[in-house]
Design a protein around this ligand. Structure first.
Ligand SMILES: Cc1cc2nc3c(=O)[nH]c(=O)nc-3n(C[C@H](O)[C@H](O)[C@H](O)COP(=O)(O)OP(=O)(O)OC[C@H]3O[C@@H](n4cnc5c(N)ncnc54)[C@H](O)[C@@H]3O)c2cc1C
Length: 501
């Protein structure tokens, strides 16, 4: 039995003060409250943060709850708006669009997935879209928003929400949160890393030559990978063959007259474009593949679609899609861009930051960092990354677009075996064999599959046990019920004004 405090981690050092650094510090300081552990965050005054990453998914609401952060204050301080899902335009073919909702679609009927009942309905000539049965989409389409009262469930209760926010303001907000809770904030450029004879990190050396020592190090230095890569030589598994986009142009423009409660993702000749509404401005970006498109062409393509006055010059970002071979190595955990990157199509990176830290908090080791714990952590994180990768690839590989080299390249591009198998199984009777670590629920997969016009050849035969006439009648009534409820709601703008007042 180990009762000696000397074995326990007493000091954590986080390198990097971007979204990853500050979320990591906040989660850690909250988890370690009253344990006497010290946390120091070292941030370079010379290296800017990446400055993008403004759309989230619903797990962010749980994170704020875990951190005891009041929602109205957070919305006010970060210029946030609400997000009910993503509207995808021009992905299957130009002119087509579909929704990827947050929350459930329909409800279980006779204990079978709603999708299967809907499938039988459309196979018999029904015309209502799958996501017409999503409360989130019903609200998003009409620019309405509300947060349901869990004690008074109604037909909108299956919706969930996330935020769009200003990443710089979030880092600022979390800095105050962390410092007020005892995190030491050091502004200093790290110029060196010192290892001990086991290859563990002993300290990082500041610009002025001062060592900052710790027992455990969290690398949040972004694409620099200062600790995990430069000091510990852990490589990256490159997934560019599956997800070839590798550049982005970001421009901020003036705020929209009406704030939509959703992100827009519009497919383009060489990639896709995002539109993210904040209270005080709009984030615009063009994500593209440098093999087919140069920087100026991308900037022109983005500029042509910006509504209103531009507030910033175009910022060019390059990235590689992939995952760190070992996200946790010895006494160093990589979090955020230093741990890998999956392109921002489904806004999953901040979720991976938080998930990575929460999982770490659940298996905090002693100073010697038990190898089995590390291996298990890495195994689980690998699965999470792979599930998200497959979901992202799905958006591209099912497109029917043939109007550019980029889109034609998808005809001969390989897709991961795991996705290939999933699609083959789905194409039979519409069954999804889900990994329990998959961030995206079956309803999310169904929404994108249906949005990209991938339909199975048949439905699950067990559906025939249900009274089809009754179900056929109930479906339009369900939609009418949703519509009636949405009509009574405030607009997204009105809701924001009320909550931030
Ligand atoms: C085009 C694009 C769009 C994106 N959109 C989304 C999105 O919509 N949703 C989402 O969830 N994610 C998105 N992301 C990902 C998101 O931006 C990142 O996951 C998030 O910002 C975390 O970045 P980071 O903190 O790891 O790195 P950074 O923001 O790069 O921060 C790195 C930090 O390390 C510090 N540092 C670097 N070198 C040193 C040094 N030598 N000494 C000390 N400190 C140092 C820097 O000063 C900085 O503070 C997007 C990414 C890209 C590229």
């Amino acid at each position: 039995m180990r009762l000696d405090n000397r074995d326990k981690i007493q000091k954590y050092v986080i390198v990097g003060g971007g979204t990853a650094g500050w979320f990591s510090a906040a989660i850690l300081v909250r988890a370690l409250l009253n344990t006497g552990c010290k946390i120091e965050l070292v941030e370079s005054p010379n290296v800017p943060t990446i400055g993008v990453g403004e759309a989230t998914i619903p797990s962010i609401v749980d994170t704020l709850r875990y951190l005891n952060i009041p929602l109205p204050e957070f919305i006010r301080e970060t210029n946030a708006t609400f997000k009910l899902g993503i509207k995808f335009s021009d992905w299957h073919t130009v002119g087509d669009h579909y929704w990827h909702q947050f929350g459930f679609v329909g409800g279980k009927m006779d204990d079978r997935p709603f999708y299967q009942h809907w499938l039988k309905y459309v196979m018999h000539g029904g015309e209502l879209d799958y996501t017409d049965f999503s409360p989130s989409v019903a609200m998003a389409k009409h620019n309405k928003f509300h947060i349901g009262n869990p004690n008074k469930p109604n037909n909108l209760s299956a919706s969930t929400y996330a935020f769009h926010f200003d990443a710089g303001l979030v880092a600022k907000y979390l800095t105050d949160y962390c410092v007020n809770n005892g995190v030491i904030h050091t502004k200093s450029h790290v110029r060196d890393v010192v290892l001990d004879d086991r290859g563990f990190i002993k300290s990082v050396i500041s610009e002025k030559g001062q060592p900052i020592a710790g027992d455990f190090f969290i690398d949040c230095s972004g694409q620099h990978g200062l600790l995990i890569e430069k000091a510990l030589n852990v490589g990256v598994e490159n997934w560019q063959q599956y997800l070839p986009v590798d550049r982005a142009i970001a421009v901020q423009s003036e705020t929209l007259s009406q704030l939509p409660p959703y992100t827009e993702s519009i497919a383009h000749e060489h990639g896709w474009r995002w539109k993210i509404p904040l209270q005080n401005r709009t984030g615009n970006g063009y994500v593209y593949c440098s093999e087919f498109c140069d920087e100026n062409t991308a900037i022109d393509a983005l500029n042509r679609h910006i509504i209103g006055e531009k507030l910033t010059d175009p910022k060019v970002l390059s990235f590689v899609t992939g995952k760190r071979d070992k996200i946790w190595f010895k006494n160093c955990l990589s979090v955020g861009l230093s741990s890998g990157f999956l392109e921002p199509l489904e806004s999953t990176s901040i979720n991976l930051i938080v998930k990575g830290m929460m999982d770490f908090v659940n298996c905090i080791p002693d100073k010697d960092c038990n190898q089995q714990t590390i291996d298990e952590y890495n195994r689980l994180m690998d699965i999470e990354y792979e599930c998200i990768r497959d979901f992202l690839v799905l958006h591209y590989c099912t497109s029917a677009r043939q109007d550019s080299e980029f889109w034609r390249s998808w005809q001969h591009r390989s897709i991961p075996d795991s996705l290939q198998t999933k699609l083959a199984l789905f194409r039979q009777q519409g069954r999804l064999f889900q990994n329990e670590l998959d961030l995206f629920t079956a309803d999310s997969w169904y929404a994108v599959l249906e949005g990209m016009k991938v339909r199975p050849i048949s439905y699950d035969p067990l559906i025939d046990a249900s009274d089809f006439t009754k179900i056929k009648q109930s479906l339009p009534q369900y939609i009418k019920g949703l519509q009636d409820s949405v009509d009574l709601l405030m607009t997204h703008d009105e809701f924001l004004a009320k909550i931030t007042h």
